[in-house]
Design a protein around this ligand. Sequence first.
Ligand code: BDR
Ligand code: CA
Length: 319
Amino acid sequence: MRLIIDTDTAGDDAFSLLIALSRPEVTLEMITICHGNIGIDQCVENALYTVEAAGQSGKVPVYRGSALPLMVKPLDAVYVFGRDGMSDANFPKARQRAEPGHAVDAMVDLVMRNPGEITILAQAPLTNLALAVAKQPGFAKAVKHLWIMGDTDNAIGNVTSAAEFNFYCDPEAAKMVFAAGFTISMVTWTRTMEDGLITDEELGTIAKMGTPIGDFFTTVNRIPADFARTRQRKPGSLHPDALTCACMVDPAMILEAVDCVVDIETVGTLTRGYSAVSSPILPDAEDADPDLVAQAPNVRMIKRADRALFARIMTDALR
Ligand code: BDR
Ligand code: CA
């Protein structure tokens, strides 16, 4: 698989990178950085450090991308990941530096030179992807497959009761991306709360392995794990981005998936960033309201994933 990961690298974003970097069937051709979890320059540093921690310094180019959302004020998630996004580990600067040039240009260039070849894993607000769509007509169709970590499956979010962080941070960008004609698979926060858990016992196993990369995981996971235990009341830590990466690299992860129509709310005062996901238990659009227009599915929604296999994939990446 030829892959681009678009990421606001902090905490679990780094673990998703580690899974991709550990898989022989994946060629991670570039990492593109978007605003999100923390300031974009720190996201760039965290991605560079993660590549180095994985022993692949200099092998994967890292590009700085959009520093702001399209229309709304920028947010961060320092309260989940710590001030540096890495549980305040304050790692030294990596040897590798970011490439010159903008992430959106680099992404568009790679995809358009290799139509139908490149898979993208989008695990940040969708600003870079939306700008790529705006910049290059044909970009969406030239991408082989777009995996998106974001939002919910008609359930509670992790920022508001309606929206998850990546979509709440840039709802207009998300709306553009879902209307652009990509082939999309989507892993939501709803799935993460069930299938993206690494239990305290499994975290203990990783800590006991004592490998350098396992210790990196344990260090970076400290503050988000505490947040998951105290605020989200989970017996372990939650891994939205790593779960999405695991579903992408190993089809055995996917226990159930359904083709759906997904569109993003951008104007609701209480529901900005909400993904409306179609369901077979709803009536046909034309029966319910003549003003509703029936649409073709635009997303393969992951409805159930294999949590135990996910924990094994994550652990194996840390050996
Ligand atoms: C998502 O938002 C970010 O905080 C995480 O990196 C993940 O991509 C979870 O809501
Ligand atoms: Ca992320």
